[in-house]
Design a protein. Structure first.
Length: 243
């Protein structure tokens, strides 16, 4: 009986240790600093370190690590042109094509004029997945192309876009610049020069959206499309705008 009693205590103690470890992992908040403008994947997604095979931290690698960790994390992106060159879409783990956000991320660039995130005309630039949230500030998002919705950004979760520029993106469907079906806040941004074939050349929203102190202009819809909302198309009553 004594052996059985001791055995039970050890198991309970072990369970407590495991639970404590899980709680620590869930509350861990990483701060990743990008130091390489190349489009390289993370070398080891199990080590909680943003590190490519070239021993650097790229934007894609930082997002991959944040996605695996879960929780809330911050990525600092320096000035420079961060061009997405790994081709291929139709996956949602940021391994190729666009940058899929699965966690709660703050992505901070140096400024819209200095930090450029460029697509390569075979996928959008950012894809905020359901249940995820992103605050993106101080960047320019350009060059995205998608045979669907959201040429620059597709938001299916929660997105705050601040002091940034979204330009030169194209969607065959809706939302050349930004397509929103979740919760969207656009604050002090410029959204211009984007095109959609169907509707919402600049922004298309069928979720909740708040737009403040922003410029949405010189966007368009393709003459081959439905020609609805060259600047912005909002479906329903979920849009609020102010200066």
């Amino acid at each position: 009986m004594l052996r059985a009693h001791l055995f039970i205590n050890v198991i309970a103690f072990g369970a407590t240790l495991v639970l404590s470890s899980l709680q620590c992992a869930a509350s861990y908040q990483a701060n990743f600093t990008v130091n390489d403008t190349r489009d390289l994947r993370d070398a080891d997604l199990s080590d909680q370190i943003c590190l490519t095979r070239k021993q650097t931290c790229t934007l894609r690698a930082a997002i991959q690590q944040a996605n695996v960790l879960g929780g809330a994390h911050t990525i600092s992106v320096p000035a420079g042109v961060h061009k997405l060159t790994i081709a291929g879409g139709f996956e949602d783990n940021a391994a190729r094509g666009d940058l899929d956000v699965l966690a709660n991320l703050t992505i901070r660039g140096a400024s819209a004029r200095r930090t450029m995130i460029l697509g390569q005309a075979d996928d959008r630039v950012f894809d905020i997945r359901p249940g995820a949230s992103a605050l993106i500030s101080g960047v320019t998002i350009q060059g995205g192309f998608v045979d669907g919705d959201g040429g620059g950004i597709e938001n299916l979760g929660s997105l705050v876009l601040m002091r940034s520029t979204v330009t030169g993106n194209y969607a065959v469907g809706d939302g050349g610049g930004v397509h929103n079906t979740g919760t969207l806040k656009i604050m002090s941004n410029t959204i211009s020069g984007n095109t959609a074939d169907h509707s919402g050349g600049g922004v298309s929203s069928i979720g909740q959206s708040v737009i403040t102190n922003s410029t949405i202009g010189e966007n368009g819809v393709s003459p081959f499309g439905a020609e609805k909302g060259g600047g912005m198309r909002n479906v329903g009553s979920g849009a609020t705008t102010s200066c």
